[in-house]
Design a protein around this ligand. Structure first.
Ligand code: OXD
Ligand code: MN
Length: 598
């Protein structure tokens, strides 16, 4: 038995040693054989203690306390810098349950293989026990998970990303309904790296990676892959969506949930600063990566952000793109794989000023702009508590969540998809989300910039068969009596010169305003073969330096491009196979016919 089962005075302990939680911890400890087990109680005092330990171990490097009080830099193993989709598995008894878009492996065999890797893997190490609550305390949305990890970086990060410790133990009580998450760093050999989900057991085993998306198991593993599975059986949705509140000068606030693939600007949109022309408009963040949505007593769709912190992409974040984020990152933040200036501050490409002489790159090596290499890793990150966000919504912690007026799907598309499109009804909206394409980014290993179908931005995160997931969306539409309207946006269309046509960032408020006006029935729309678009003059473009040609191009629905899109969607529909809902196949057929006729 490990030496110190509960090593802090303030540590929580399951009173009942025979509880499911205590038994499961004992089983995992028997397998991994840590020297010490530390129970994370969620207190600031313990976080300080763990942080000092991580500094002594050089896992965290303190940044200049004058410039970045309470901030640290973590440099990961260079082979471990992004999610590894090819090493991520859904382990259901049958391959069909995981579906054609997930990697699948059988549960028994996978448990056996991972057990052999995990056997004695924490010898000489500490196992941190992190009980965490996803969703506001006391909320009908809330769920408990417990992560066991041998990484102090993960233990500290989990206390930023979730409501960890006492609050979760209290919510669990004597219940055995919690997500069982075992994480072990091993030796970071990519040959022994696997992220495996066992939805039937509400279990995740992740080994061989310390990267956030692979190792902070509350996030992609539980709040999306496992939660999407739970949501299907319990009648709710777990989505890769930000949630924002947009307030007009009359003081009315509308909530919008928006799905974009990783590293496509969700954090920037969720924290948007309105352009000067839009005095009196404000945007508040409820969440910036994950939304859990349920049908409320009023028949509408309500959402919470299950997380309590942000794990965002640093490069490109600046006083221009996201001034609120720059304020948020001024203190109490862990930066991972960014560059460090000689003064002990952080730097990344697109931060808005030149790197000072003597800057070290993300691997701690001297760096010069002329070297041609990036100083910060393109997927370098910040981990920061949501309470740091200066525009945090007063409802971010509201147990009832917020009512959603509009759902937005957005891909990163150089061509084809216009700035904004509205679906004609729920089925069309589900079709838009289901067939959306996006260019890949550095958030996952593999080639960047390749267009792939990324349905609802959930391709890497849906914990079960994609066709069945679409059916769940359609069923939800049948149950929701006050459905939000559904839109598609594309901030990333390029001109022939390869430059973005739309200025993006704060200017996206112009599109949000049109969306809100549509949900309130305050403006009309024009029909095109692919959906509804703003009528001339309804999208407020005043004060924007956008030529008529660019505006035309950014909103263009091109018949040739859409014919190619229809072909590409057809190929995707074929990959989904027999579980693709007939309504969506029919919508695709009608869309193809409408484009032919146009
Ligand atoms: C993330 C991602 O880290 O989507 O949020 O990769
Ligand atoms: Mn994400």
């Amino acid at each position: 038995m490990p030496q110190a089962f509960f090593s802090t005075d303030r540590g929580e302990r399951p009173e009942n040693k025979g509880s499911a939680l205590a038994q499961w911890i004992a089983e995992c400890a028997k397998l991994t054989q840590p020297d010490r087990i530390v129970w994370c109680d969620g207190s600031q005092e313990q976080k300080r203690q763990l942080t000092s330990e991580a500094v002594r171990a050089k896992t965290l490097i303190p940044l200049n306390p004058q410039k970045r009080p309470g901030c640290y830099l973590h440099r990961s193993n260079p082979n471990d810098v992004a999610r590894t989709e090819e090493l991520t598995f859904i382990c259901t008894p049958s391959r069909d349950e995981a579906g054609p878009t997930n990697n699948w492996s059988p549960p028994d065999e996978t448990y056996r293989k991972l057990s052999s890797w995990l056997d004695g893997s924490m010898k000489g190490r500490t196992m941190y026990v992190i009980p965490y609550l996803m969703g506001p305390a006391g909320s009908p949305f809330a769920k408990v998970g417990v992560e066991l990890t041998d990484s102090i970086y993960v233990a500290i990060s989990m206390q930023i990303m979730t409501r960890a410790g006492h609050v979760a133990v209290e919510a669990l009580g004597e219940n055995d309904d919690f997500s069982r998450n075992l994480h072990c760093t091993l030796d970071l050999d990519p040959q022994r790296r696997l992220i495996c989900h066992f939805p039937q057991d509400n279990t995740v085993w992740s080994v061989g990676s310390g990267y956030g998306g692979n190792a902070l198991l509350s996030k992609k593993c539980f709040a999306l892959r496992i939660a999407s599975w739970l949501g299907r059986s319990e009648g709710w949705l777990a989505e890769h969506m930000l949630i924002l509140g947009v307030q007009n000068p009359q003081g009315e606030t509308f909530y919008v949930a928006a799905a974009f693939p990783s590293a496509c600007g969700k954090t920037n949109l969720a924290m948007l600063t309105p352009p000067a022309r839009f005095g009196g408009w404000r945007v508040f963040t409820v969440g910036e990566d994950i939304a859990w949505l349920r049908i409320g007593p009023d028949g509408g769709l309500w959402a919470v952000n299950p997380e309590a912190g942000y794990f965002g992409v640093a490069p490109g974040t600046s006083a221009h793109s996201n001034p609120n984020a720059m304020r948020m990152l001024a203190h109490d933040t862990i930066f991972t794989n960014v560059a460090m200036t000689p003064e002990g501050d952080v730097w990344w490409e697109g931060i808005g000023q030149e790197a000072p002489e003597g800057t070290l790159d993300w691997q701690g090596r001297p760096w010069k702009p002329s070297s041609g290499a990036k100083a910060a890793h393109p997927n370098s990150r910040f981990t920061t508590p949501m309470r740091n966000n200066p525009v945090l919504s007063p409802h971010a912690d509201d147990p009832t969540g917020v009512p959603i007026s509009a759902i937005i799907f957005g891909g990163r598309r150089a061509t084809t998809v216009p700035l904004v499109l509205e679906a004609v009804d729920w089925v069309h909206g589900v079709f838009m989300g289901a067939t959306m394409g996006s260019e890949t980014t550095a958030a996952a290993t593999g080639q960047v910039g390749v267009t792939r179908r990324d349905p609802m931005a959930m391709l890497p995160f849906c914990g079960y068969d994609m066709g069945s997931y679409f059916s769940h969306w359609l069923r939800t539409g049948g149950r929701v009596t006050r459905p939000p309207r559904i839109f598609m946006v594309n901030w990333f269309r390029q001109g022939p010169d390869g430059k973005f046509l739309w200025p993006g960032y704060g200017e996206n408020l112009r599109v949000l305003k049109w969306i809100v006006d549509r949900t309130m029935g305050r403006v009309g729309a024009r029909s095109t073969p692919v959906g509804l678009v703003p009528k001339h003059g309804d999208l407020d473009l005043g004060g924007l330096d956008l030529t008529a040609d660019k505006l035309k191009e950014v909103s263009r629905v091109d018949r040739g491009e859409w014919k190619a899109e229809i072909e590409s969607q057809a190929a995707f529909i074929r990959t989904i196979g027999a579980t693709m809902p007939a309504e969506l196949v029919e919508t695709h057929r009608q869309l193809g016919a409408a484009i032919e006729r146009s």
